[in-house]
Ligand binder design. Structure first.
Ligand SMILES: Cc1cc2nc3c(=O)[nH]c(=O)nc-3n(C[C@H](O)[C@H](O)[C@H](O)COP(=O)(O)OP(=O)(O)OC[C@H]3O[C@@H](n4cnc5c(N)ncnc54)[C@H](O)[C@@H]3O)c2cc1C
Length: 236
């Protein structure tokens, strides 16, 4: 199941009900040809190792996979499926939860997993007001702003925009890492991006190992210079 909000709720309930195991948040799935065990790989111990977990004693084998971890297969319109409607009858005794009120969030939620261009900010951005520099760059490029956990924890941006192990896994065409050190938990969420540009004033920052293009410098000087090179758009 997808490690989405619903999948994370449903998968453990189903696995407990059918008495089997569940490996959550997998990043790779393979099958052992001999035993037919599902080899479920996911980061463990704070992302410091990748663990491959099996469920040899029980069937079926279950896992959740975070959205964006695997590339989408090409749509095959020749394939047909049968849609079966399964009627479910509930009565009030089945309900553990009563919905008293539904309150819609007024702010439009951005989905960083769908963005082709992400301008991501880290602690090196300095202060919340400086996030507007990244927003301007994102606007100019037609992209979206995302962030490291340090920035989310500081409350400079919504948790929905966090990239990484405990945030979202993204693979945009272009990923700007601005003032982000490149901790393993951050890399886990963005290292499969098509093209990574890192801006950091510390030339030894690990983000440069993952970057296709590295710019050593102060993010507040580099971004304005970049902006001068980019054509002004209608949104500016
Ligand atoms: C279990 C666990 C899960 C985690 N999950 C996540 C996750 O999902 N996502 C995530 O991001 N982190 C996650 N973390 C936290 C992670 O380990 C790092 O602490 C975090 O990514 C650091 O964020 P940062 O790079 O913004 O800050 P820092 O590590 O503090 O890096 C700031 C960088 O900015 C540079 N800098 C400073 N000033 C400037 C400037 N003016 N111009 C240019 N560069 C500058 C510095 O050289 C430095 O490299 C997790 C940690 C744990 C233990």
């Amino acid at each position: 199941m997808g490690a989405s909000t619903i999948g994370r709720d449903l998968a453990p309930r189903v696995s407990a009900r059918i008495n089997t195991g569940l490996t959550a948040d997998c990043t790779k799935l393979e099958v052992d040809e001999e035993t037919k065990d599902l080899l479920m790989t996911r980061p463990a111990f704070g992302g410091n190792i990748m663990a491959t977990i099996i469920c040899p004693e029980h069937r079926p084998q279950m896992s959740t996979v975070r959205p964006g971890v695997m590339t989408l297969a090409e749509a095959d319109t020749a394939r047909k499926g049968v849609i079966s409607k399964v009627p479910v009858a509930f009565d009030s005794a089945d309900m553990n939860i009563e919905i008293l009120e539904v309150v819609k969030e007024t702010k439009a939620k951005v989905n960083i997993e769908d963005a082709n261009i992400l301008v991501s900010g880290g602690r090196g951005v300095g202060k919340p007001e400086n996030m507007s520099t990244l927003e301007n760059l994102a606007l100019r490029l037609g992209g979206t702003v995302s962030a490291s956990r340090a920035v989310v924890d500081a409350g400079w941006i919504d948790r929905n925009n966090q990239v990484g192990q405990t945030g979202k896994t993204v693979r945009p065409d272009l990923y700007f890492a601005c003032g982000i050190s490149g901790a393993i938990q951050h890399l886990a969420g963005m290292e499969d991006s098509e093209f990574i540009v890192a801006i950091n004033k510390d030339e030894t920052a690990p983000i440069f190992d993952a970057a296709d293009l590295g710019i050593v410098g102060d993010v507040h000087k580099v971004i304005p210079e970049l902006m001068k090179l980019l054509p002004i758009t209608e949104e500016d």
